[in-house]
Design a protein around this ligand. Structure first.
Ligand SMILES: Cc1ncc(COP(=O)(O)O)c(C=O)c1O
Length: 441
């Protein structure tokens, strides 16, 4: 009998006892290939010796010092490192303990920026349907996953949602990808105007949509138009790169491939690679300077922000990624994984789409490829795929609600950056078997 409130109360979870490289072993000795890095977290795999060494060295020196009393060398070094590789104009970093906290901080800093700029009337956030930004109340409010928001709707700050950039289902047959992106951009522009541009704080979006759509990049030109619209209306652009950032798509930040820089950017998962809980909010100088020259303090704080052990882990993770040139491997192995997925599922009767960027790939499951009709949500196909995969020693990250927040299923793959082609062959083979078994009855 467990005393832990597990994610699914009636479910019996295996005990994870050790991890090495790309595998996790449970208490009965069964091994699982970690083809999703948990939830796109373990970018270096498990038990990386260099990260463990850095963490041990840090903990031997100092495990914790509250940030209202001290700064630490390791937090300063990590901030220097992040700023040195950040998009243009980003000069400061706020450390937190995960993705939801980074998004909460982004929403509050965006609001505080406008209050201190003499525009306290600004109160709306605009975000996109079928997006995921975390589970705390602010993050849930901007998130667009209907099944997760519904129960808490009366508690959420008012947020406006526009269409996701979701080419497989959103683009009309008579539209080019560019024209589709332009239509979405015009929808955002119109919504801002409708609300009154000087009442809007920010537009919030995942650069590549992760858990809620399954690795869906935006159509070409979309984010450049979004950047231009935000600038024209003087509203902030908050990019959520908690899942898609820190190398996952083949560049350190996913927005590099869109050739834009956000005003605020949330990162987490791959930042510390799962070795310690850490997230961060990166901010443009104009935001930092407004607060620095105004009240002089961001009205926000957590007990564990800038935790030295977490900073040491993140610094080591980022150092290894650079030293071992792992972003090149993300691009090479990502292209290979995409090819293998297309070969295996390109004509599969229950796979409608294969998409993604780098080692961030998704497949969408459909009952009918021609009509794109999803499976009955009552079947919980995504959960069946997950348990069939686990039974075969494979971790992938399936999710439901893909189509509209309720219907639809997809599977997300996000293997560690150290993965090589032969292992990806095994991943695709086992995933194929799991999907065939889950859709058999
Ligand atoms: C895009 C995105 N934003 C925010 C979050 C929330 O992060 P956390 O679970 O660390 O709070 C997630 C988690 O999956 C995410 O994928």
């Amino acid at each position: 009998m467990t005393h832990v409130l597990h994610r699914r109360i009636a479910h019996s979870y295996p005990f994870a006892v050790s991890g090495h490289g790309i595998t996790i072993r449970d208490s009965v000795g069964k091994e699982y290939i970690d083809a999703s890095g948990g939830a796109a977290v373990s970018c270096l795999g498990h038990s990386h010796p260099d990260v463990l060494r850095a963490m041990r060295e840090q903990v031997d020196k100092l495990a914790y010092a509250h940030t209202s009393f001290f700064t630490t060398q390791v937090a300063e070094e990590l901030a220097d490192d992040l700023v040195a590789h950040a998009p243009d104009g980003i000069g400061h970093v706020l450390f937190v303990s995960g993705g939801s906290e980074a998004i909460e901080a982004a929403l509050k800093l965006a609001r505080q920026y406008f209050v201190e700029s003499g525009e306290p009337q600004r109160r709306y956030f605009i975000a996109r349907r079928q997006s995921y930004h975390g589970t705390t109340l602010g993050a849930l409010a901007v998130g667009g996953r209907e099944w997760q928001r519904r129960e808490f709707a009366p508690l959420l700050i008012e947020t406006q949602h526009v269409s996701p950039a979701y080419e497989y289902r959103g683009r009309r047959v008579d539209e080019t990808p560019q024209a589709y992106g332009e239509r979405l951009a015009r929808e955002l522009d119109a919504r801002i105007t409708e609300l009154g541009a000087d009442h809007v704080i920010a537009f919030v979006a995942e650069t590549v949509v992760g858990a809620s759509l399954g690795a869906v990049p935006a159509p070409p030109g979309y984010f450049q138009r979004v950047r231009e619209i935000c600038d024209r209306h003087r509203i902030l652009l908050i990019l959520d790169e908690v899942m898609c950032g820190m190398g996952r798509t083949g560049t350190l930040h996913a927005c590099e491939q869109e050739e834009i820089a956000p005003d605020l950017m949330a990162i987490a998962k791959g930042l510390g690679g799962g070795y310690a809980p850490i997230g961060a909010l990166l901010m443009q100088d104009k935001i930092f300077e407004t607060v620095a020259g105004g009240s002089g303090a961001f009205q926000h704080g957590h007990t564990y922000m800038g935790h030295p052990l977490a900073c040491a882990a993140a610094l080591a993770v980022q150092g290894v990624i650079r030293r071992d040139k792992l972003l090149a491997n993300v691009r090479t192995q990502g292209a290979y994984l995409s090819r293998r997925l297309n070969e295996r599922f390109g004509n599969h009767p229950y796979v409608g789409d294969v998409r993604g960027r780098g080692l961030f790939q998704g497949i969408e499951l459909v009952a009918d490829r021609g009509t794109k009709e999803p499976f009955d949500p009552g079947l919980k196909l995504h959960a069946r795929v997950k348990s069939e995969a686990m039974a075969r020693g494979l971790m992938v990250y399936p999710m439901g609600g893909t189509v509209d927040g309720v219907r639809g299923d997809h599977v997300l793959l996000a293997p560690p950056f150290i993965v090589e082609a032969p292992l990806l062959d095994t991943v695709v083979e086992r995933l194929g078997e799991a999907i065939d078994a889950a859709t058999a009855s």
